[in-house]
Design a protein around this ligand. Structure first.
Ligand SMILES: Cc1ncc(COP(=O)(O)O)c(C=O)c1O
Length: 385
């Protein structure tokens, strides 16, 4: 009997050790990890520089509270804000908390309440972020939701236009919908979206919780499209596995988040901040990001070449090292077959196989992962058609 609430449909794999791109389970079976702890361990498992920074901080202090000035928080905020081309940071513990705070900030700064989000979006599990999420299954049994969220189809500028009314505080968007099916936004759509937000004085909030921290080959995915968001949220890869999230905003927003307006006991925890500085110092280097693009191109090209003709593959899409393979069959069976063959991967919705390999993955590890995917899909398609 388990004493845990059964909120997760857990896999039958119990990790014993994880280093670099690999995990070994309690039975000694080795897996190549294309999940990165769901987009968290972007530098692989146990990156040395991050471990070293956390150990050093552990020997100084690991919690004192946000009543104190902490140099490390200032350093982390400067690196993060500069990478996002913004000016102010609030540290939270998770992605949902970052989005929750972003929603509060947008309401306070505009004095308005309506927030437009997108069908199939995912923004978190707290009340405001669940309300912002454009998927009914996430909300089942928890109603009523927070008011004033409306959902429009992703990549549909005409429907969006009809909702850009005077009472709109913000548009909140993912550049790639990760949980909702690995749906990639169109450049032309983002272009129009930015124009609409600027012209109507509506805040643009970009949820970069899954797409940020180098995952797509830029510090943040919005930078592929020249967007100028007012608020960006980050988490997952920001601390390489130590819990940290962030609201990143423009200078003018500082006045709406004055003393006492928002807070978090654990937000900006010194250990997480140390992990975050070490992570960002690696990921935001130009050469590192260039390398992510090279690997991403290799992976995408090989997937396209080997799988496009498969009868069970509908589409392969993605940006950087965030790739989705849309299948004609349920993804859970494929994931289980991949695990049997030594590869850990993720679902995105019911039929999309989501690949989030570590950004540090080597070419030979990529080839190894590819060959497992090719073998499993080939074998499965024999029985499925
Ligand atoms: C785009 C996006 N926003 C928000 C969240 C919620 O983050 P957390 O689970 O850290 O609360 C997630 C998590 O998957 C996400 O992918």
């Amino acid at each position: 009997m388990s004493y845990l609430f059964p909120t997760y449909a857990r896999w039958d794999v119990e990790p014993e050790k994880a280093i670099g791109s690999y995990m070994t389970d309690k039975n000694g079976k080795e897996y190549l990890d294309f999940t990165s702890g769901i987009g968290v361990c972007n530098l692989g498992h146990q990156p040395a520089k991050v471990k070293e920074a956390v150990k050093k901080q552990l020997d100084s202090f690991w919690h004192v509270s946000n009543l104190f000035t902490m140099e490390q928080q200032e350093i982390a905020a400067k690196i993060l804000a500069s990478a996002a081309e913004m000016d102010a940071v609030f540290f939270s513990n998770s992605g949902a908390e970052a989005n929750e705070g972003a929603i509060k900030l947008a309401r306070k700064a505009t004095g308005k309440t309506k927030i437009i989000t997108f069908e199939n979006s995912f923004h978190g599990r707290t009340f405001a972020t669940m309300s912002a999420t454009g998927q009914d299954k996430i909300k089942q049994g928890f109603g009523p939701m927070l008011e004033k969220f409306v959902y429009v189809p992703f990549n549909d500028i005409e429907v969006l236009k009809t909702e850009m009314t005077e009472d709109v505080a913000a548009v909140m968007i993912e550049i790639i919908q990760g949980e909702g099916g690995l749906n990639v936004g169109d450049a032309s759509f983002f272009n129009e979206l930015q124009k609409l937000c600027t012209d109507n004085h509506i805040l643009l909030i970009v949820d970069e919780i899954q797409t940020g921290i180098g995952r797509t080959g830029k510090p943040f995915a919005f930078q592929h499209y020249g967007l100028k968001p007012d608020i960006v949220t980050s988490a997952k890869g920001l601390g390489s596995g130590f819990p940290i999230g962030a609201i990143i905003g423009k200078e003018y927003l500082k006045e709406y988040f004055g003393p006492g307006s928002h807070g978090s006991t654990f937000g900006g925890n010194p250990l997480s901040v140390a992990a975050s500085i070490a992570t960002m110092n690696i990921v935001f280097q130009e050469a590192f990001l260039k390398d992510v693009i090279v690997k991403a191109n290799l992976l995408m090209t090989e997937l396209q070449n080997s799988l496009t003709s498969s009868p069970i593959v509908k589409e392969i899409r993605g940006l950087g090292l965030m790739i989705g393979i849309e299948l004609t069959v349920p993804v859970q069976t494929i994931l289980s077959e991949l695990r049997s063959n030594g590869l850990l991967a993720l679902p995105a919705g019911d039929k999309v196989l989501r690949l989030l390999p570590p950004l540090t993955i080597s070419d030979s590890e990529l080839e190894h992962g590819l060959s497992i995917i090719q073998t499993v899909l080939k074998e499965y398609s024999k029985t499925a058609v």
